[in-house]
Design a binder for this molecule. Structure first.
Ligand code: TXA
Ligand code: MG
Length: 336
């Protein structure tokens, strides 16, 4: 891919206008959201959207999320928004929630990878909102990482991934949530979480006053997935990632002995006893902080040439479900 000259922009109004002009001309702009940085293009311009796939090296059969500034723009791209979806948008939008809806024909097929549905989200980050408003059209935007890598959650990470690949990158500082949005599908009023995120299953069940919200398995039955993106390797730093149960921390010492000389780090939330010496210890106060800083920690550890990252598991409840989902993928399921 030929290198582009990437403009570095701030969140100031004047810069957001420049970014909107780039997008109107069919360009690519990396922008901050409250979850992770996205690489955006005009969602209604097939040519611009195809450039996203090239910049990321993303497989064509993995559809994109379309970002809108509110329900009015949303109804321009999706048919008959069911009442259940409306309830979720009322409760959690603007914010880290994506809902899969029936698409209108004006949404190009390359956005949805040929599906008849479109994933829609109303971000809450002020710069993302102002940018969409300045454009006046929806933005198709996957996470701004090269395919397979962890999503950028800081400006330096976003630049590291997309400098030379996007036309502009907006500096919005650090992302508040640090993991990608919760993706929800609603079919015949059955609600399934295709990708867990900061809007947790517990929060969704409370709002809908029901206890039967499903969590999609990582791989669908017979290799078919409802969310096409979930079948690819994801969120992987250069370092090898392995998981360990907090109750089995004593296994870390023998693992390190086997891999002598390996530059290792351990990530954990709360307090851990039995952690051996001779490895870098990264402690988070809570599962929420672990989730928020996971990708930036991966990035930092890669910079230090870490060979193996041992990630201590958390209970898969609340935000823990999203964190464990990403850790399972980053590790490819490997555990001690
Ligand atoms: O927080 C986020 O959602 C970030 C920011 C930038 O908004 N975006 C993001 O996009 O994570 P991406 O492309 O990295 O992940 C989109 C996920 C993929 O797993 C994809 O397969 C799924 O959403 N998806 C998109 N359209 C879909 C559809 N029509 N049906 C089912 N799944 C869909
Ligand atoms: Mg992604």
């Amino acid at each position: 891919m030929p290198m582009k000259k990437t403009e570095k922009l701030t969140c100031k109004n004047r810069d957001l206008k420049t970014a909107a002009a780039v997008l109107k001309n069919g360009g690519l702009v990396v922008f901050p959201t409250e979850t992770v940085y996205g690489i955006g293009a005009n969602a209604l311009d097939a040519r611009a959207v195809k450039a996203i796939f090239r910049a990321k090296g993303r497989p064509q059969d993995n559809p994109l999320i379309v970002h809108v500034d509110g329900m009015k723009m949303l109804s321009g791209i999706a048919f008959d928004v069911p009442e259940t979806a409306r309830k979720l948008f009322r409760a959690f939008s603007p914010g880290p929630l994506t809902v899969v809806l029936k698409k209108k024909p004006l949404v190009p097929d390359c956005v949805t990878a040929g599906l008849d549905t479109v994933a829609v989200r109303i971000p809450s980050h002020p710069a993302a909102r102002s940018l969409i408003r300045a454009c006046g059209f929806p933005l198709a935007a996957p996470s701004a990482n090269r395919s397979g890598k962890p999503s950028p959650t800081t400006y330096p990470m976003a630049l590291h991934e997309m400098d030379g690949r996007a036309d502009a990158v907006i500096d919005g500082g650090n992302c508040g949530h640090g993991l990608e949005s919760t993706v929800v599908s609603i079919v015949d009023d059955e609600v399934t979480i295709l990708r867990p995120g900061s809007v947790t299953r517990e929060m969704i069940e409370k709002v809908l006053k029901r206890k039967n919200v499903l969590m999609a398995p990582h791989r669908g039955v017979k290799g078919k997935t409802r969310s096409p993106g979930t079948k690819y390797a994801h969120y992987r730093p250069k370092a090898e990632v392995v998981l360990v149960d907090p109750e089995r921390a004593e296994r870390i010492a023998s693992y390190l002995k086997k891999r002598k000389g390996m530059n290792a780090a351990v990530l954990y939330a709360g307090n851990m006893k039995n952690l051996p010496d001779g490895l870098k210890k990264v402690r988070f106060r809570s599962a929420a902080e672990y989730a928020k800083k996971l990708y930036s920690t991966f990035h930092e550890l890669d910079r230090f040439g870490t060979g193996v990252i041992i990630a201590v598991k958390v209970p898969p409840e609340g935000i823990g479900a999203a964190l464990m989902n990403r850790l399972l993928k980053a590790s490819g399921g490997k555990s001690l």
